[in-house]
Design a protein around this ligand. Structure first.
Ligand SMILES: C[S@@+](CC[C@H](N)C(=O)[O-])C[C@H]1O[C@@H](n2cnc3c(N)ncnc32)[C@H](O)[C@@H]1O
Length: 310
């Protein structure tokens, strides 16, 4: 693939973004908006495949025993094994393999929004900071609904016929509280030394944010985003994000015709949002099935826009 092909706007590529981004021109992107793999091993396309935790992408003995119910829970982390303890560092190392390239392709003052899992987000933050990004804020995306799988400990004691313990521990659970928010990490590439942010806005078209658009999406202009998923926001990817949420983030930081890049684009939600809002887009997705889904969505959106114009 040539430099020209990778830098062509309004384009989605089926390939490995960690390699392909190296062929992109420097400072050609106004916003990176990406829902990166969280490093929690729930799906085949997630990362850290060299980690030797037996449950990674497979099932632990406990999961095996429990059957299919627990298959999608990700690795059980009990901290017993060296492999468990290596996960956060390995995730940091993985993010570090491409964060400097994100930095290079962004325009000075530009933003990068990163959806990262609650468990390893801190490692992503450190990796981004270490290549030069300014960590600006952690935005919360608050969801109305979230699956909650914490196990009641009293049930375990009941199964053991230990009625005293079962009664004593009624109401106690093992696991996490209901996960109703997801962090969206907001980074910016520093603008040039000696200038001001206002100069940068004039030179590069980025560096400020458009607070007024927030009222199109929610009541309060704060950093808790309450955009909810609609029925059409599911079915194409296991971690598909709401289209309106991506639209909000794009409108917040870019103007028309600017270039939005998603290097881990899945079913293309970021790209469809960009197209809908009159921004240019570049997307990369490794898995053929999601690449095809994204391509189809983009074609449908382009047709819809054409029909609305004429
Ligand atoms: C969290 S999902 C993104 C889902 C997306 N937000 C959506 O709404 O459909 C991350 C995607 O990154 C892809 N991916 C993982 N490693 C990649 C790589 N090196 N290059 C390109 N895509 C990659 C995965 O296949 C997965 O589809």
């Amino acid at each position: 693939m040539t430099v020209k092909e990778v830098c062509t706007v309004n384009n989605i590529i089926n390939g490995d973004s960690i390699e392909l981004i190296k062929k992109m021109d420097s400072e050609c992107i106004h916003l990176i908006l990406s829902d990166i793999p969280y490093g929690i091993g729930v799906e085949d396309w997630d990362v850290l495949h060299s980690n030797t935790n037996t449950a990674y992408l497979g099932t632990s003995p406990a999961q095996e025993k429990a059957g299919a119910v627990f298959k999608k829970r990700g690795k059980p982390l009990n901290g017993w094994s060296e492999a468990d303890r290596l996960i956060p560092k390995q995730y940091y190392d993985w993010v570090s393999t491409w964060a400097s390239e994100w930095y290079r392709v962004l325009k000075p003052g530009a933003s990068a929004f990163v959806f990262a899992g609650r468990r390893l987000a801190h490692r992503a933050i450190c990796a981004f900071e270490d290549v030069g990004f300014t960590y600006k804020d952690m935005i919360a995306w608050e969801k109305e609904r979230a699956a909650h799988r914490a196990q009641r400990i009293s049930v375990v004691f009941e199964r053991r016929d230990d009625t005293d313990s079962a009664n004593k521990w009624i109401g106690w659970k093992v696991g996490n509280l209901r996960p109703t928010f997801e962090p969206i990490l907001w980074f910016t590439k520093p603008y040039r030394i000696g200038g001001t942010i206002a100069d940068n806005v004039l030179q590069n078209g980025v560096g400020a944010y458009n607070e007024s658009i927030l009222s199109n999406y929610q009541q309060e202009p704060n950093n808790i985003l309450r955009v909810q998923a609609q029925r059409k926001d599911s079915g194409l990817h296991p971690t598909q994000k709401p289209l309106a949420l991506m639209e909000l983030l794009i409108e917040l930081t870019t103007t028309k015709d600017q270039v939005v890049f998603d290097p881990f684009c899945g079913s293309g939600t970021t790209l469809v949002a960009a197209l809908k809002l009159g921004r240019k887009y570049i997307g990369i997705e490794k898995e053929q099935v999601y690449f095809q889904a994204a391509k189809k969505r983009l074609e449908e959106e382009a047709n819809l826009l054409k029909n609305t114009l004429f």
